[in-house]
Write a protein that binds this ligand. Structure first.
Ligand code: FUC
Length: 352
């Protein structure tokens, strides 16, 4: 097990730190203290070939804008807050809008653009970095001073464990996630169309044309959103179901976990044999299939394009700010909100 931290310069006047965590089984995770952005996850395929399974820009400078939120920690509130406004205890809070009149992923100066303090720590059986960021009362329009800590831990079971801790000194909405785009084919050899997803979910949040929750939960039964027994993503890309259509012919929806299984989501790529399993104590996940990814930005391999990556953004649901019956994101004064998501990588070969 090893950690390496070095300085990188995206531009002449900026210095970031890049941490590289390595385990004893050929798995490597690299991340920046800027936005807590994951820039590389190297894992072996079924033949032992180690390749990168996340989308990352070739030029670090691109992360300063990062329209697709590649690899980043997202907060204070991951997802969309319609009209960039919400009510709390009878008071209306107006946020900065950054997508038409809506607030997306915490606003223009969200956690994905913060330069986090970084502390490495190596133990005998795991390596980790802790990232720390303080967000002041009123930032982006949100109430409360928030102290966030996110740790990325790599162990010898080929698991990347992300722990989020957030303290607030006032009642406030908060739900953090990570916006990594996975592509298990390795070095973006192919799109995610044939990735097979299994998900422990019976219900998802209906969206309108602007990707804003309507307030209705839909049952997955009989739709392209039924991943309970596994389904290829291309089923939804090619279907005329209105919910796939509004999302740009794909998925960009919050799925509520049924909590029948410990493994909340499993992603498999038959060609490479790679398998990603997700466990979390979050109540659900936004599954986004990069339907609206800005195209043509240079990546470490290839360029950004539609269906190139799969985001599995475990989080609470911002729809709960305006509708009843959705997983809560309001944190109480003095609360320390703790969540965890575990990404486990493995292989499954067909000829076994
Ligand atoms: C996801 C989506 C959005 C958006 C963004 C970059 O979380 O829900 O639609 O395009 O990330």
């Amino acid at each position: 097990m090893k950690i390496d931290i070095k300085e990188v310069k995206p531009t002449n006047d900026q210095v970031w730190k890049k941490a590289t965590l390595m385990n004893d089984h050929g798995m490597t995770v690299s991340l920046l203290n800027y936005g807590g952005i994951i820039t590389e996850i190297l894992v072996p395929d079924k033949d032992g070939k180690t390749e990168n399974v996340v989308l990352a820009y070739k030029n670090l400078e691109q992360y300063l804008t990062n329209p697709g939120y590649l690899g980043a920690i997202v907060g204070r509130v991951a997802g969309r807050i319609p009209g960039a406004a919400f009510e709390l205890n009878g008071k209306t809070y107006q946020l900065e809008s950054n997508e038409d009149e809506h607030c997306l992923h915490g606003g223009a100066n969200g956690f994905n653009h913060a330069l986090w303090e970084i502390e490495p720590k190596a133990l005998s059986d795991e390596v980790m970095v802790k990232l720390i960021h303080k967000s002041a009362d009123g930032e982006g329009g949100f109430p409360g001073n928030v102290e966030a800590e996110v740790t990325y831990t790599l162990n010898n079971q080929n698991q990347l464990i992300i722990n989020y801790t957030a303290y607030t000194d006032q009642m406030t909405p908060l739900t953090l996630t990570n916006h990594t785009y996975f592509n298990l084919s390795g070095d973006t050899k192919s799109t995610i169309n044939r990735h097979e997803v299994t998900m422990d979910s019976e219900q998802f949040v209906e969206l309108d044309e602007e990707l804003i929750p309507t307030g209705k939960l839909l049952n997955v039964q009989g739709t392209t959103f039924d991943f309970r027994n596994g389904r290829r993503l291309e089923d939804g890309f090619n279907d005329d179901f209105i919910q796939n259509q509004v999302a740009g012919c794909g998925y960009d929806h919050y799925f509520i976990f049924a909590n029948e299984k410990e493994e909340k989501a499993i992603v498999k790529d038959e060609n490479s044999g790679r398998k990603l399993t997700i466990k979390t104590n979050q109540p659900g996940v936004v599954m986004y299939t990069s339907n609206n990814l800005v195209e043509g930005l240079e990546l470490t391999e290839g360029v950004t394009k539609k269906y190139l990556g799969l985001c599995l953004e475990t989080q609470g649901s911002p729809a709960s700010l305006h509708h009843k019956g959705f997983p809560n994101i309001i944190r109480e004064e003095g609360e320390v909100n703790k969540t965890q998501t575990i990404f486990s990588f493995g292989v499954e070969s067909n000829d076994e």
